[in-house]
Ligand binder design. Structure first.
Ligand SMILES: [Zn+2]
Length: 427
């Protein structure tokens, strides 16, 4: 289980009288001088750099499960949503623990040398006045309020093919906004696309909003989009975890769960297929806490009820990161009954994504990964009978959840390609 980050111990130390503080510094300098002259004797404590509380994202390649477990024991947070043989394991550790990983032969590769500095830089950029009054809406990341407004504008722009519907509300009372696109013709295929079950995965919220934008605006000019909209009733919910998403904007950039209590629930472990099984946790502090019982959260209830009511046949759950196209099962290595169909359609989706910008997304199933029980995709397939995929968007590793804003548009092209191809594959 991930450890809680410790609060900086320096904040707990009462200020010393000035004379005593100076004396401590002088003694420290003298001690360092002694250490330098007597090298290689062990450094006295006063000379060693204070233990670094800098939080570092590292990638390790652990061949054995025991190596992964050893690495995870040091982790403050686990960034890899999917783990398994051949997949790298991305962790957040304190800087002071990196040598321990090296000593264990895990060859940690630093992805982000200071994740909090990166988040601060992003927040400063987003606070700039020119970004708050956007001329290029998809040139930057947007918070829940801005995304909600944008969806409303799309519905107002083309009410004949787009309607804004609240399909439920979050624990803190935020609406779960869905843009319903198409569905004008009898026999339209019901499809669901959602993002941001996990709060910190901002690119998933932007890509789903952008997919909706493209489908609504480009209907007249792009034949493939016109064909899609004419034959589909698409429900797009860019932010299914609005409380967590807003919290990741206001308070903790790396927050993952919803805002149940002070701990939160991992929505993508709260669905009822294999709920409570491996790859989920009963510990409230865990990042994969599954909740008290299946569908204990209003956000997962809303998704379940929508899928049942609308008889959703096709589904994509967008996440980040890793550049993966994943199909059920997630909870067991046993192959899904329709495994052949999933691999054929998944191949087409990965090829369509590649055609957009020559970016490779790997196709995998739960059978090739460690299990994750209680996921939305397993429920959409197992209970709602939908052809369901989970897509982990950009990046492959790199900067993790904090993506440069220039990546929004190309990643949107990849998301749109996946949505169009999944619908085309049904024919
Ligand atoms: Zn996720």
């Amino acid at each position: 289980m991930p450890r809680e980050p410790s609060s900086g111990s320096s904040n707990l130390v009462a200020p010393q009288p000035t004379r005593r503080r100076v004396a401590a510094v002088v003694l420290g300098v003298l001690a360092c001088a002694t250490w330098l002259s007597d090298f290689p004797q062990p450094a006295p404590l006063a000379c060693v750099e204070p233990p670094g509380d800098t939080r570092v994202a590292v990638r390790v390649h652990c061949g054995e499960a025991s190596d992964c477990a050893a690495a995870q024991a040091l982790a403050i947070d686990v960034w890899s949503e999917h783990q398994g043989p051949g997949l790298p394991l991305d962790l957040v550790v304190y800087e002071r623990d990196v040598p321990t990983l090296e000593a264990a032969g895990l060859r940690p590769e630093v992805l982000v040398s200071d994740i909090d500095a990166v988040a601060r830089a992003e927040a400063q950029r987003l606070a700039l006045p020119e970004i708050q009054k956007p001329s290029d809406w998809f040139g930057e990341f947007r918070d829940f309020g801005a995304i909600s407004t944008h969806l409303g504008q799309l519905a107002a722009l083309h009410p004949e093919r787009a309607t804004l519907v609240a399909v439920g509300s979050s624990i803190e009372g935020r609406p779960l906004w869905a843009l319903r696109i198409g569905g004008q013709h009898p026999g339209s295929t019901p499809m669901l696309v959602n993002g941001a079950q996990h709060a910190r995965e901002w690119i998933a919220a932007m890509v789903t909003t952008c997919v909706a934008d493209r489908l609504v605006r480009d209907y007249e000019t792009v034949p493939a989009i016109r064909e899609f909209v004419d034959r589909t009733e698409l429900w797009v919910i860019p932010v299914v975890n609005p409380d967590g998403y807003q919290y990741s904007w206001s308070s903790n950039r790396y927050w993952r769960k919803n805002r149940r209590g002070s701990h939160g629930v991992d929505l993508n472990r709260n669905f009822s297929v294999a709920w409570g099984g491996s790859g989920s946790s009963k510990e409230k502090r865990s990042e994969i806490y599954r909740g008290e019982y299946a569908f204990s959260e209003p956000e997962t209830i809303a998704l379940r009820d929508l899928a049942r009511r609308e008889h959703i046949a096709l589904h994509i759950d967008f996440h980040s990161y890793g550049q993966l196209v994943l199909y059920p099962w997630n909870h067991t290595p046993a192959p899904a009954k329709e495994r052949g169909r999933f691999t054929a359609v998944g191949d087409r989706i990965a090829s369509a994504i590649y055609a957009a910008h020559k970016t490779s997304y790997s196709l995998k199933s739960g059978a090739q990964l460690y299990p994750a029980a209680g996921t939305m995709s397993d429920w959409m397939y197992g209970e709602a009978d939908a052809l369901s995929f989970t897509i982990e968007l950009r990046p492959k590793g790199g900067s993790g959840f904090v993506l440069p804003p220039e990546q929004i548009r190309p990643t949107c092209d990849e998301g749109l390609a996946a949505v169009l191809e999944l619908r085309a594959a049904l024919d």
